[in-house]
Design a protein around this ligand. Structure first.
Ligand code: UDP
Length: 337
């Protein structure tokens, strides 16, 4: 029988792509999701258990029923701006929720966890590309919650022997190359889906947040990493932990920075359609340039990102958004083989 892996937040964007990769690697992903932001249609590769990470009772039941060998922990609120205006929501769900999850793992004897962390743990970069030893001074409660969870993982490992891998994602982007799942946030705040929505005429325009950054074209630079490459990194990380490998914290990015204008041009190229653009002021809290040095996970886990090119990432996202209206059921859905 296939080994069960508990995937909190498995009905969300990165979680669902990782469930697909888990299934392909021979595991059974058991999605545990409160469905606040998750989608039923995104859960295709294993059972869905509706539950909240803050509910110890439900967690204890799911651990008892499925006896997962490891946990992949995606469940979190992730709107940076909202975390500033409503930090309580973020500390409760992200920090207290993760404590509840770790406590349930302890009780059930589950000893391995892969955690969705973020480059927002670094804060304003002192140097780029960012390496894992860069100082961590998050600039939002969201980033702080993720850093606090990383600290909990270190302490739980030292005291209780729960091994962890913390993966600090840069800008997750793109969609399943087979078109079965993709990105659908409500509200949507991320650049690539917003540019695509403007290209498809679903939004009147996209606003560029800042054109006076000290970057080659004046717009902010980010490291866009394909969601399938992120998913693969989780498989390598969980396999390493199950094989007795050490705990670790890794960056996940391509190492290439792309500006907002480059993203807009990529969408125009891939779609063959012009994107209506307006230039606006900087968004509070944004960094001029963030990109990763992902050498550690490449060396230590043999991670090989396939989508090193922005056009290729955008192409998968464009195909997904063409066939999928956000918030609506997928219309051209195929069942997975
Ligand atoms: N951005 C933009 N217009 C938008 C949304 C985002 O110019 O409508 C910029 C944002 O300022 C940042 C980049 O696009 O420089 C990526 O933003 P996103 O919110 O996708 O990810 P973040 O890097 O903030 O996590």
């Amino acid at each position: 029988m296939a080994t069960n892996i508990l995937v909190t937040g498995g009905a969300g964007y990165i979680g669902s792509h990782t469930c697909k990769a888990l299934k392909a690697a021979g595991f059974t992903p058991v999605t545990y999701d409160n469905m606040v932001y998750g989608h039923d249609w995104a859960v295709k590769w294993g059972p869905l258990v509706r539950g909240d990470i803050l509910s110890r009772g439900s967690l204890d039941e799911v651990f008892a029923e499925y006896k997962p060998a490891a946990v992949l922990h995606f469940a979190a609120f992730a709107y940076v701006g909202e975390s500033v205006t409503d930090p309580e929501k973020y500390y409760r769900n992200n920090v207290a929720g993760s404590l509840s999850l770790l406590s349930a793992m302890r009780k059930s004897g589950c000893k391995h966890i892969v955690f969705s962390s973020t480059c927002a743990t670094y804060g304003a970069p002192e140097r780029v590309p960012l390496t894992e030893d860069h100082p961590t001074r998050p600039m939002s409660p969201y980033g702080t919650t993720k850093l606090m969870i990383e600290q909990m993982l270190k302490d739980f490992e030292a005291a209780y022997g729960i091994g962890y891998t913390a993966l600090r994602y840069f800008n997750a982007a793109g969609a399943d190359p087979e078109g079965l799942i993709g990105e659908d946030h409500d509200p949507e705040t991320h650049l690539i889906p917003l540019v695509i929505a403007a290209g498809l005429g679903r939004r009147p325009q996209v606003e560029i947040f800042g054109t006076d950054y000290p970057t080659p074209d004046g717009t902010a630079v980010r490291d866009y990493i394909h969601v399938t490459d992120l998913a693969e990194a989780h498989i390598l990380a969980v396999q390493k932990l199950l094989d007795g490998g050490p705990s670790a914290t890794y960056n996940l990015g391509t190492g290439t920075g792309n500006s907002v204008r480059e993203v807009i041009r990529a969408v125009e190229k891939v779609s063959g359609q012009p994107v209506p653009v307006v230039e606006g002021p900087r968004r509070a809290g944004d960094s001029p340039g963030l990109y990763a040095d992902s050498g550690a996970i490449i060396r230590e886990l043999g991670w090989k990102p396939r989508y090193m090119d922005l056009d290729a990432i955008v192409e998968t996202a464009w195909r997904w958004h063409q066939s999928h209206v956000p918030g609506k059921m997928v219309c051209n859905i195929r069942t997975p083989g």
